[in-house]
Write a protein that binds this ligand. Structure first.
Ligand code: CFM
Length: 553
């Protein structure tokens, strides 16, 4: 079976059911004040003639009392952006809980054999283990000791320090301790004031991480690595081995990967990332700040790509080849696509008859709720509703709305660092003429569409979905599969609805690239066609005095 050429839902219309009525049902049980707030964050998608979509409120505080899916600022900084780099010792400065419970919970994989020294500290948990004494008298001394101890034991190239909530409250100056230890030890030591309470979600932590890595690491090594067509891959974190599959494809195409922020990465890659020719942005939400700062300081352009979905992967590879405008590269890229697609098509021919028309809902993070729609479209499945946990309006509506995004007190709290062209190293990679030429070929640099313009008209878009709304949506639609994270997983499964974790991949993956897409098709096929619930006897089926039923019945 041939795959549809355009897998986007644009120009499609979801006629049935009436989402306006569903929306009302979601809000019905809320107190008036809560309903008023949620009202702005639950939107029926409408695609205007010029591709415009309705405004959705996002990146604002979760209404107190509602159970949401979000994580904290520390999670976004230490866990998401810095966590996947193998050779930085990451010390959590705070009570032991924050470090322990964030230890190895995200499935970012790494391959230490690709670094000369083989360092890999990701399997360790470093914490200053703050006690009451430090909360009262200050924790800087203990932090200094922890940095020294980590250095003595491991001799790492770099040490990073992450503040948790109590550290911000007591006012430890982690940055001066880091400066002092950097001087003393002669290695890079830098800190992040990423106290969990900052901002409204992990999104604040992404921004803080971007600022820190840009200030302290990017551009500290000017050595130019050999190779043609040098790229950085931004916003790819190697969950379940995604980056390995993408690296395999890059290698086959003849692209030279200078750095990945930050899946399967080493600190040395960040240090000379500025020597690349192009930044590819995968997860815009978590890393756009680095892309923009590198463009301003070093003249490095960036381009949005997506390696989730076989067609999206092929499209992204073609965009990269056209940017470099090299006949040999274009030819090699086409050869790679031609070699990879038959297996994809073969898998789809077998699976699509079983998945066609099945209903999906996905509520994940800040980019996957969008990217994974590609894979579901390839399976012929229908997206009824989607939303992000912590994305901003541009992730929903597209970058064009950026000038109209209101900056509130919570966002103002996160530092915007001033960046200027580097006096000696700023080097624009493309001329204005070339930019226009690329636009004429349908390739826009420094831009991306949001999720909503690529979803069908009439679908329901929900920001920061609450537990109550999740249960309602399941009861109303009985979707064939619901995608979210571990906190939602078992509540949903207990209702008889298959639940796919799109954060950790349920111990599976990779799902990126061509081989990843095939993995995904097979798993979703297995999940939506499984009859596992029918083999179990629920308590109410064994005890007549109990009255209940599965949501899927
Ligand atoms: Fe980017 Fe991510 Fe995501 Fe994200 Fe995340 Fe993640 Fe995610 Mo979980 S960086 S925004 S903060 S793609 S950890 S790898 S799956 S919520 S959609």
């Amino acid at each position: 079976m041939a795959m549809p050429a355009d897998t986007s839902d644009r120009n499609m219309k979801l006629e049935d059911p009436d989402m306006t009525a569903v929306r009302k049902q979601l809000l019905a049980k809320y107190p008036a004040k809560v309903a008023r707030k949620r009202d702005k964050q639950i939107v029926v998608n409408r695609i205007g003639p010029d591709g415009t979509v309705p405004e959705i409120q996002s990146n604002v505080r979760t209404v107190p009392g509602l159970i949401g899916q979000r994580g904290c600022c520390y999670a976004g900084c230490k866990g998401v952006v810095l966590g996947p780099t193998r050779d930085i010792v990451n010390i959590t400065h705070g009570p032991i809980g924050c470090g322990f419970y964030s230890w190895l919970t995200r499935r970012n994989q790494t391959d230490p054999s690709t670094t000369a020294d083989g360092h890999n500290f990701m399997t360790y948990c470093f914490s200053t283990d703050l006690q009451e004494e430090q909360i009262i008298f200050g924790g800087e001394k203990k932090l200094r000791q922890a940095i020294q101890e980590a250095y003595d034991n491991f001799r790492p190239k770099a040490i990073a320090v992450f503040s948790t909530c109590p550290v911000g409250l007591i006012g430890d100056d982690i940055h001066s301790v880091c400066r002092e230890m950097k001087e003393k030890l002669g290695i890079n030591v830098f800190g992040f004031s990423c106290e969990g309470y900052k901002g409204v979600s992990q999104s604040a932590g992404h921004h803080i991480a971007n600022n820190g890595i840009f200030t302290h690491v990017v551009g500290t090594d000017d050595r130019v690595k050999p190779g043609a067509f040098k790229i950085n891959l931004l916003g790819e974190y190697n969950i379940g081995g995604d980056a390995f599959e993408i690296e395999r494809i890059f290698h086959a195409c003849g692209l030279t990967l200078i750095s990945t922020f930050s899946g399967n990465s080493s600190i040395e890659q960040f240090a000379n990332a500025h020597t690349a020719d192009l930044n590819l942005v995968m997860c815009h939400r978590s890393i756009n700040y680095v892309a923009e700062m590198m463009e301003k300081k070093f003249g490095l352009p960036w381009m949005k790509i997506n390696f989730i979905g076989a067609q999206a992967t092929a499209k992204s590879l073609r965009k990269i080849a056209r940017y470099f405008d090299d006949a040999e590269l274009i030819e090699r890229t086409e050869a790679v696509i031609a070699a990879e697609l038959p297996a994809v098509e073969e898998a789809l021919a077998e699976i699509v008859p079983r998945t066609q028309g099945k209903k999906v809902m996905l509520f994940v993070g800040g980019s996957r709720a969008h990217h994974y729609q590609e894979l579901f479209h390839e399976l012929g499945m229908v997206i009824l509703s989607a939303g992000y946990e912590f994305a901003h309006r541009d992730d929903y509506e597209g970058r064009r709305v950026l000038p109209s995004v209101k900056v509130d007190a919570d966002s103002r709290n996160i530092e915007e660092i001033a960046v200027y062209p580097d006096k000696t190293r700023f080097q624009p990679r493309v001329s204005e003429e070339r930019v226009q030429d690329l636009i004429a070929q349908g390739i826009r640099l420094s831009d991306y569409e949001g999720m909503m313009p690529e979803m069908a008209d009439g679908t329901l878009v929900i920001d920061d979905i609450s537990h109550h709304e999740t249960e309602k949506m399941i009861a109303i639609f009985k979707p064939d599969i619901f995608c979210a994270g571990i906190k939602e997983k078992y509540v949903i499964q207990k209702q008889g609805i298959p639940m796919k974790q799109l954060h950790s991949y349920d111990y599976g993956g990779p799902y990126a690239g061509f081989k990843g897409a095939i993995n995904f098709y097979r798993e979703i096929d297995r999940m939506v066609n499984s009859r596992v619930w029918h083999y179990l006897k629920a308590p109410w089926q064994q005890h007549p005095e109990l009255a209940a039923k599965y949501a899927c019945d």
